[in-house]
Design a protein around this ligand. Structure first.
Ligand code: AMP
Ligand code: GLY
Length: 429
């Protein structure tokens, strides 16, 4: 069989980690990343294309004889990229990793996801869905809940659409702001749900819509400050495996959540091809869904990919062709950790264009996955809030963290920030 030309979409640490894993494949001919970053440029061919410019993507796919498109971020999927490529005669036979628009609603609409879970008996927080016309009912619904109150914009809001308020009065103000158009169309509908007390983790599945493979789980650190203080971010670090994700707990995740999700999609005639990310809360040993995402997580991918021993590309081929049922996944039992270097001010406003040094080579025993970096006249500079993921794989969590933190201190740029406690809370579990 001839080898494959692959186009990966996206430009963050997740995409650098995916590109790294794909670049090791025996099945790979050429790897393109659009738009990619200076990290992916070292191992693949970057194409200066916007993943939301579907027509330009189609032309590049034809020009470079692409066999498979792997979609990193959610937005192209929620906007219907997979459907667009299926509908075009020139790209109809392409393999696409990432679901069609209908299934992407699992991430694109919180209300759709909650109603889907309710229809299929999948454990998640009790909820209600409200619009400006039903704001009065929303307040009555919240009167019945215990604080804190969780309010979510229904649509995509760049990770900022979840508001958690400690009091009823503040929750009512947040409701008015959301329904008043804080996130435009995305918050014209608001989901209000019960607050779940527990510890979070992320489960990952690769599915062809019928069969599935459970990928290694991970724990993400969302708050900007040590000891989980300060505002939420895209993610400040991650660890895999997660000590409290015991075989018994992951068995419950598979039986109660993953299997009913795949079977529910099938029963409703909704095809699914690609990664499914299930954000989970461990509530006293029982898993509940916080959210679905129709893609891999970032920074979780930076610890999940190093733990996958199998060649990823043949698995993606099987996924795209509906042949995952007899696939096997070999997982490395070691621990992977990643520490994210961020710009001063993140997740608020931050400077860009600051020179980065110490990233010319990977640090000893570690891998540097680029996130918000750019090249300016040949100099590597910062270009985003999350700048780089310092990843390591080692026999123990302590050893992996020592290597990740070694890399974190080697890379230098003005205002560099990172959490110093990634993974330490897990010692208690
Ligand atoms: P989401 O975008 O739905 O993942 O929500 C962002 C974050 O808000 C989650 O990672 C949780 O930390 C928190 N969160 C969302 N929903 C709940 C809930 N029902 N109970 C407790 N925390 C929640
Ligand atoms: N790390 C969380 C996410 O990718 O949504």
């Amino acid at each position: 069989m001839s080898k494959l030309n692959v186009l990966l979409l996206g430009s963050g640490g997740r995409e650098h980690a995916l590109a790294w894993k794909l670049s090791l494949s025996d099945r790979l001919n050429r790897l393109f990343v659009a738009p990619g970053n200076p990290g992916t440029a070292r191992i693949a061919e970057n194409l200066p294309l916007n993943p939301l410019d579907f027509a330009a993507l189609r032309d590049a796919i034809v020009q470079h004889r692409i066999d498979m498109v792997v979609v990193g971020p959610e937005e192209p999927l929620v906007r219907g990229l997979h459907d667009f490529l299926r509908a075009d005669a020139q790209t109809r036979h392409l393999m696409v990793i990432g679901p069609r628009q209908q299934a992407s609603m699992l991430e694109g609409s919180k209300g759709f996801a909650k109603a889907f879970m309710q229809r299929h008996g999948i454990p998640t927080a009790r909820y209600g869905t409200f619009t400006p016309e039903t704001a009065q009912q929303a307040r009555a619904f919240m009167r019945d809940l215990h604080p804190p109150f969780v309010l979510k914009a229904d649509g995509l809001a760049a990770g900022k659409g979840v508001i958690i308020e400690p009091s009823y009065d503040r929750a009512c103000l947040a409701l008015d702001t959301l329904l008043g158009g804080q996130f435009g169309q995305a918050s014209q509908t608001v989901v209000i749900e019960e607050f779940m007390h527990g510890i979070e983790l992320s489960a990952f599945v690769l599915t062809d819509g019928s069969a599935y493979l459970m990928l290694p789980e991970a724990k993400d650190y969302k708050r900007v400050g040590d000891a989980d203080t300060g505002p939420n971010t895209g993610g400040m670090g991650a660890v895999s495996p997660v000590p409290f994700a015991t075989p018994e707990f992951m068995g419950k995740v598979e039986q109660r959540i993953v299997r009913p999700t795949i079977e529910g999609l099938q029963a409703e005639g909704i095809p699914y091809t690609g990664f499914l990310f299930v954000g989970l809360m461990n509530v006293g040993g029982d898993p509940f869904v916080v959210e679905y995402n129709v893609r891999m997580g970032d920074p979780e991918t930076e610890v999940v990919m190093p733990r996958i021993k199998s060649d990823l590309l043949p698995l993606l081929e099987r996924c795209a062709c509906g042949q995952l049922h007899d696939a096997q996944l070999e997982v490395d039992g070691q621990t992977a950790t990643t520490v994210i270097l961020v710009s001063e001010g993140y997740p608020g406003s931050y400077p860009k264009g600051l020179p980065i040094s110490g990233a010319e080579h990977d640090a000893p025993g570690a891998m540097l996955f680029h996130a918000g970096t750019a090249l300016s006249a040949g100099q590597l500079v910062t270009s985003g809030g999350r700048v780089m993921a310092c990843t390591a794989l080692a026999p123990t969590r302590e050893a992996a963290l020592a290597l990740s933190y070694g890399a974190a201190s080697q890379v230098q740029f003005q205002g560099k920030r990172y959490r110093s406690d990634i993974g330490f809370d897990l010692n208690a579990h």
